[in-house]
Ligand binder design. Structure first.
Ligand code: SF4
Length: 342
C-alpha cells in the first residue's frame, strides 16, 4: 500500500500544501496537460520530481480489455489499484470536425437497481475517488486520444449514478475544468442522473456547472417504479419540480433520456403523458430503443421500428424536441445501461 496521494485528483492549492516551492499552477499544468507529457508521463523539473518521489502517486488505472466496435467506438475495461474494474467508452465522431466523447464511470457497480440495466446486477461495490475518475479519463486519452480538451466531450453515463457520488464528481470537475490544467469547458461535460434529487441540489451549486441529462423512461410513477426503484424516493412530480429550478443558461437544454421498451412504455398514451410531464421545460428528448444485453437474459425486448417512429412522431406533434439515439458500441456492450465489468 502506498501512502502517497494520487496526483490526478489534486488542485494547485494541494500541491502548494504538499510543499511545492514554486508556482503550483505551473506544476498542475504539467500533470494535467497530456500533450506536454513524454512517453513516460509528465515532464518534471527537479523540484517537482523530488515532490513526486516523496509524496505523489502518478500511476494510472490499467487498461485490461479493449473491445472495438464496428461503429468506431471502443469499450475499455480498466483495473483500479485495488483490482476493482470499471468501464469507459471512447467514441470518436467526425460530423463537421473531429470530436471525441468519452463516457466515464463514477462508481464500481451501481445501487440504483434499474431493471433494464446490466450494471444494476452488480449492486454498488464502491464509489470512485475523484482521482480514479480522472485517471480513468487520462488512461483512455493516452491510449486513444485526443491529448487536449479542444476536441473532447465527457459524459458521465458509464457505470454508476454520478449524483450518488456527487462530491467525487464535483471534485473531478474542479480539476478537469481548471484552465491551468486540461481546461475542459463545463458545457462539454454532461452528468447523467436517474433522478437523484439530493445530489442534483448539490450539483446545481458546482463551481463548473455541467450539462444535465436525466433518465426519465416512463410517464407514470407506476411504470417508472417497475423500471427505476429511485422513483419511490423521488417520484416524477418531484423530479419535474427539481428540473424547473435547475440553473440552466439561456441557450442550454436539459437532455431527457427515454429508453423505449417493447410493450412497457412505447405506446401512444405514454407519449402523450410524457409530453404533458415535460410541458414548458427547455429540453431535448432522446428516445433510445432498448439494447438487449442478452446472455443471462433481460426481461425486456427492443421495440419495433414502427413503434419507435410512432412514439417519436406523437411527442414531436405535442411540441417536444426529440431525437432517436442509436447507442454507439452496441455490438460490444458499450451502450448506455449495458456496462458491466466481468
Ligand atoms: S441505468 Fe444508470 S442509474 Fe440505473 S442502475 Fe444502471 S448505471 Fe445505475
Amino acid at each position: 500500500m502506498t501512502s502517497r496521494a494520487s496526483v490526478w485528483g489534486l488542485v494547485p492549492a494541494d500541491l502548494r500544501a504538499l510543499g511545492y516551492p514554486r508556482d503550483p499552477r505551473h506544476l498542475f499544468g504539467r500533470f494535467q496537460r497530456l500533450q506536454t507529457w513524454d512517453a513516460e508521463g509528465p515532464v518534471l523539473s527537479r523540484a517537482a520530481r523530488e515532490l513526486a518521489e516523496a509524496s505523489l502517486d502518478l500511476s494510472l488505472p490499467r487498461i485490461v480489455e479493449e473491445a472495438p466496435s464496428q461503429d468506431g467506438s471502443t469499450r475499455v475495461v480498466l483495473a483500479l489499484a485495488d483490482g476493482a474494474r470499471i468501464e469507459a467508452v471512447h467514441m470518436p465522431r467526425a460530423v463537421r470536425r473531429p470530436r471525441v466523447t468519452v463516457c466515464l464511470s463514477s462508481q464500481v457497480g451501481c445501487a440504483m437497481g434499474c431493471t433494464f440495466c446490466a450494471t444494476a446486477r452488480m449492486g454498488l461495490v464502491r464509489n470512485l475517488e475523484a482521482h480514479e475518475i480522472i485517471g480513468q479519463l487520462f488512461a483512455v486519452m493516452r491510449r486513444y486520444g485526443p491529448l487536449s480538451s479542444d476536441q473532447l466531450s465527457l459524459v458521465f453515463m458509464g457505470m454508476g449514478e454520478p449524483l450518488h457520488n456527487v462530491e467525487a464528481v464535483l471534485r473531478a470537475l474542479d480539476v478537469l475544468c481548471d484552465p491551468a490544467g486540461l481546461g475542459i469547458a463545463p458545457n462539454r461535460v454532461t452528468v447523467s442522473t436517474a433522478g437523484h434529487l439530493q445530489g442534483l441540489e448539490r450539483l446545481a451549486r458546482a463551481r463548473y456547472l455541467p450539462l444535465l441529462a436525466v433518465s426519465v423512461n416512463a410517464a407514470t410513477d407506476a411504470v417508472r417504479r417497475q423500471l427505476m426503484p429511485i422513483d419511490k424516493k423521488w417520484p416524477l412530480r418531484e423530479l419535474r419540480a427539481a428540473l424547473a429550478t435547475w440553473p440552466q443558461r439561456p441557450h442550454q437544454k436539459i437532455t431527457l433520456e427515454y429508453v423505449l421498451l417493447d410493450g412497457i412504455n412505447d405506446d401512444l398514451e405514454s407519449a402523450e403523458r410524457l409530453a404533458a410531464w415535460i410541458g414548458d421545460l427547455r429540453h431535448l428528448l432522446n428516445v433510445i430503443p432498448f439494447n438487449a444485453w442478452g446472455e443471462a437474459g433481460s426481461p425486456y425486448r427492443a421495440p419495433s421500428e414502427e413503434k419507435v417512429q410512432a412514439f417519436v412522431a406523437r411527442v414531436h406533434e405535442l411540441g417536444c424536441l426529440v431525437t432517436v439515439r442509436r447507442s454507439r458500441g452496441r455490438d460490444v456492450r458499450g451502450a448506455c445501461g449495458t456496462l458491466v465489468a466481468t
